[in-house]
Design a protein around this ligand. Structure first.
Ligand code: ZN
Length: 252
């Protein structure tokens, strides 16, 4: 568990280098974002929280993919929020999401899986530092990044990774355009001093800018059908995703 800013902690799971973010709030409460990913990792996280005297008072799921909708009874029964669109998609696609958990991280209490409720305002309502949600439809519908303005931390969900290329939502009508809108929304946020990707490593302000530029370059080259020189295109599964992106590029 790394303290990346005062009161903001990031744990990194073995599976897919998945991150979990904990934001300390008032009176021992904490905001728990995307707790992941295996049963053992959630148990270890719960143990760390209780050692620290922290108890989740709110949860946030950045987007409706199975590895961002997990929970454990050991975290208690705090309300868990996502954007209204993400909540609707999670409900609609629940059976497929459950299959994802069963295949990739078996053993979770599925009665607690994806129990998210829609956040109606722009900020997570909790007793702690301001947590402002920025919703967009890049990578997944109703993707909600969280900016902690005081700490300058952007919890980006599955965006701005140093190890994964932009992963488009191929079910969207125009995946490239949707991704660009989300990316530019995040790029426009002021005061980002730390970026936390859903998979990968925490970056500083310069790294945030570098990743925005790398993602723009990836989208530009892929959409144009040009050669893509992206150091993140190393794993087989990412090359396969890249091939799918090429097939979906708009014929303008
Ligand atoms: Zn995802």
């Amino acid at each position: 568990m790394d303290e990346i800013a005062a009161g903001v902690f990031v744990a990194t799971a073995d599976l897919y280098t998945t991150t979990t973010t904990v934001v300390a709030g008032d009176d021992g409460g904490c905001l728990l974002v995307d707790p992941a990913v295996t049963v053992a990792e959630l148990a270890a996280l719960a143990g760390w929280l209780s050692e620290r005297g922290l108890r989740p008072v709110a949860g946030w799921s950045t987007h409706p993919h199975w590895d961002h909708l997990l929970w454990s009874a050991a975290f208690g029964s705090a309300p868990r929020y996502a954007t209204p669109r993400a909540v609707a998609v999670a409900a609609r696609e629940l059976s497929g999401l459950v299959s994802g958990v069963r295949e990739e991280a078996p053993g979770h209490d599925l009665t607690l899986f994806a129990r998210v409720e829609p956040l109606l305002g722009r900020e997570i309502d909790w007793a702690g530092p301001r947590a402002v949600v920025y919703a967009h439809d890049a990578h997944a519908p109703g993707h909600g990044a969280v900016l902690l303005p005081e700490a300058g931390v952007l919890i980006a969900g599955d965006m701005l990774s140093d190890i994964e290329i932009p992963l488009l939502d191929l079910a969207a009508p125009d995946p490239f355009d949707g991704y660009r809108r989300g990316l530019e929304l995040l790029a426009s946020l002021p005061g980002v001093r730390r970026v936390v990707p859903g998979h990968g490593h925490v970056g500083d302000q310069a790294e945030f800018r570098r990743r925005v530029a790398a993602d723009r370059a990836y989208l530009d080259a892929t959409e144009a059908g040009a050669d893509v020189a992206d150091e993140r295109l190393s794993a087989d599964w990412l090359r396969a995703e890249h091939a799918r992106h090429l097939q979906r590029r708009p014929r303008r």
